[in-house]
Design a binder for this molecule. Structure first.
Ligand SMILES: [Zn+2]
Length: 100
């Protein structure tokens, strides 16, 4: 028997007249869900499950020219932007790395 790891957040939300609920901002922050992001809705028995779409770019939610990296998708635009931005911003001063 498969056990679903259900953990209550203790948050109760009312559904409005259009069937909408608001995801608490704390949850959105923890799960990295931003305005405009798409969530896939699944069901498991009595449970309704929301999953972040993983087949869109992690950064800009584009679904064009995606490449996979560690089970996440990144579009070619963001990938090339990262490729040029990362070495310059992340590299430590050499005196910092050699003095320790
Ligand atoms: Zn992107």
């Amino acid at each position: 028997m498969r056990e679903l790891l259900v953990k209550s957040t203790g948050v109760v939300r009312k559904i409005d007249e259009l069937g909408r609920i608001v995801l608490p901002s704390e949850l959105r922050r923890v799960f990295g869900i931003h305005e405009g992001d798409e969530l896939e809705i699944s069901v498991d028995g009595e449970h309704i499950i929301l999953n972040k779409r993983l087949d869109v770019c992690l950064f800009c939610s584009s679904d064009k020219d995606l490449v996979s990296y560690k089970d996440r998708r990144v579009c070619s635009d963001c990938a090339s932007a990262l490729g040029t931005a990362t070495p310059r911003e992340v590299r430590l001063d050499e005196s910092v790395t050699t003095s320790t």
